[in-house]
Ligand binder design. Structure first.
Ligand code: XBP
Ligand code: MG
Length: 259
């Protein structure tokens, strides 16, 4: 009989709404500190999110919107190193922002993580963002021991190809010695869903304002958020067999059995 063994969480947009008021703000702070007149407004940032990974997003923006721009490179500095330095500065601003406590977890995230821990369900993270950023978010929202709740935190450049490539999910499966049908992914974007699906994993999507119009036809279930007893979720796609108003392990198991 099928029984869920592991939950694999995406980070940005899934654990917390980090993009608009977190990463985007930090990118803009780094641009200003580097005397660049680049600014990423809220709406344009939604388009830029189709490129996963901060360094990749900077390069994409440069090539697409500022193709004439040439940075002043000191000796032996490549364009790649220049991007990496700009991105390091961005990560510093981002972690400072998290430490100020401005970004909260999305509904149901803490509850589901605690239930999984109590039930012996294995936990992992698969994200495009950098490890320092993930750790800072977990510590700021769930406490300093929380990075240790996750058997694997697969982040950033640990794989060559970022989402939508399946590599980060394949890496997690390999590290956990887990078969795809033993796990369930929680994601927020089409890019993330594609990555998980290509790795053979089934996925529950919790949408956010940047992703709600995307195509989630390959998802097992699409919700507005994971829900709480006092804050029912809305099912945007998929069938659930009961009056449940929040996503828990019992629902996860019923869902996977019905697929
Ligand atoms: C989302 C991303 C990340 C963040 C920025 O990751 O694409 O690139 O926007 O973080 P996920 P970095 O949804 O996979 O968690 O600047 O650290 O890349
Ligand atoms: Mg995401």
């Amino acid at each position: 009989m099928f029984s869920l063994q592991a939950l694999i969480f995406d980070v940005d947009g899934t654990l917390a709404e980090t993009e608009r008021d977190g990463h985007r703000v930090a990118f803009n702070q780094a641009f200003a500190a580097a005397n660049l007149d680049w600014r990423w407004p809220t709406e344009q940032y939604g388009d830029l999110l189709k490129v996963a990974g901060g360094k990749e997003r900077i390069r994409f923006f440069w090539q697409t919107y500022q193709p004439q721009f040439r940075p002043v490179l000191s000796k032996a500095m490549s364009e790649q190193t220049w991007i990496a330095e700009l991105h390091r500065a961005k990560s510093r601003y981002y972690t400072q922002l998290l430490q100020s406590g401005k970004i909260a977890l999305r509904p149901g995230v803490r509850r589901l993580l605690l239930e999984a821990r109590q039930s012996g369900i294995r936990l992992a993270i698969a994200t495009t963002s950098t490890l320092d950023n993930v750790t800072a978010l977990l510590e700021a929202t769930l406490g300093t021991d929380s990075p240790g709740w996750f058997e694997v935190i697969a982040a950033g450049d640990i794989v060559d190809r970022k989402k939508p490539a399946p590599d980060i999910y394949e890496y997690v499966l390999e590290q956990m010695r887990l078969e795809p049908d033993q796990g369930l992914v929680i994601e927020d974007s089409d890019v993330g869903l594609h990555a998980a699906q290509q790795a053979g994993l089934r996925t529950v999507v919790t949408v956010n304002p940047y992703t709600q119009q995307q195509d989630f036809s390959a998802a097992a279930l699409v919700l507005d958020h994971l829900g709480e007893p006092s804050l029912p979720f809305q099912v945007l796609k998929g069938q659930i067999d009961s009056q449940t108003s929040y996503f828990d392990l019992a629902l996860a198991n019923r869902l996977l059995k019905s697929l």
